[in-house]
Design a protein around this ligand. Sequence first.
Ligand SMILES: Nc1ncnc2c1ncn2[C@@H]1O[C@H](COP(=O)(O)OP(=O)(O)O)[C@@H](O)[C@H]1O
Ligand SMILES: O=C(O)C1=C[C@@H](OP(=O)(O)O)[C@@H](O)[C@H](O)C1
Ligand SMILES: [Mg+2]
Length: 199
Amino acid sequence: MNETIFPVAPTLGERARAALGRRNLVFVGLMGAGKSAIGRMTASQLGLSFIDTDNEIERVSRMTISELFAAYGEEEFRALETRVIKRLLRTGPRVISTGGGAFINDKTRKQIERGGVSLWLKADLDVLWERVNKRDHRPLLKTENPRQTLENLMNQRYPVYALADMTIQSRDERKETIVKEVLEAVIEYMGKGSRHEQD
Ligand SMILES: Nc1ncnc2c1ncn2[C@@H]1O[C@H](COP(=O)(O)OP(=O)(O)O)[C@@H](O)[C@H]1O
Ligand SMILES: O=C(O)C1=C[C@@H](OP(=O)(O)O)[C@@H](O)[C@H](O)C1
Ligand SMILES: [Mg+2]
């Protein structure tokens, strides 16, 4: 019997994986933007391993993020976060979802700029609030008016997140759609005139 072999077109995930090469893909953005959820799904599409820096910090410290903040304060948490991210970036490629404050820290942001391509999941206050107010594991939001705290953080941090290599709007839309947009952004960014073109 004659068998005809049809060439199989690469999937979007395969094309994005090839475009990424040896770089890590690093998700940044505010609490509730979807870094952890979208990062995990993106990694699966890319066939890369996934690490959430908060999970990794909790694993190495054997404490929850809330416990770390309560016992040692935010400054110590940031130092630990910087160390963990530095190590993760050295051993990629992988998809890394950071906690919301990581990219704001100058040292951590410079590490990410050297060892990865960054993607800001940007979201409106209403979207963020809708998502974060269902859970209470975020120590920075344990304030009298957490919605106002979130808004203040947006004002402080959005100019810094804007330094990321790519930006995708995280919104009230299926996660699969956001993942598809992320993969398309990686292909476009890595393909044309990115600072990583020669890597
Ligand atoms: N596109 C989306 N549609 C609906 N829910 C989402 C979407 N993206 C994220 N979420 C949900 O919002 C919540 C916060 O997402 P998470 O990934 O923990 O955010 P982050 O890590 O940026 O703080 C989670 O319950 C997650 O499943
Ligand atoms: O914005 C921040 O400074 C923080 C965000 C959290 O991660 P998510 O952005 O994944 O919620 C976590 O790292 C910690 O509570 C501090
Ligand atoms: Mg997260």
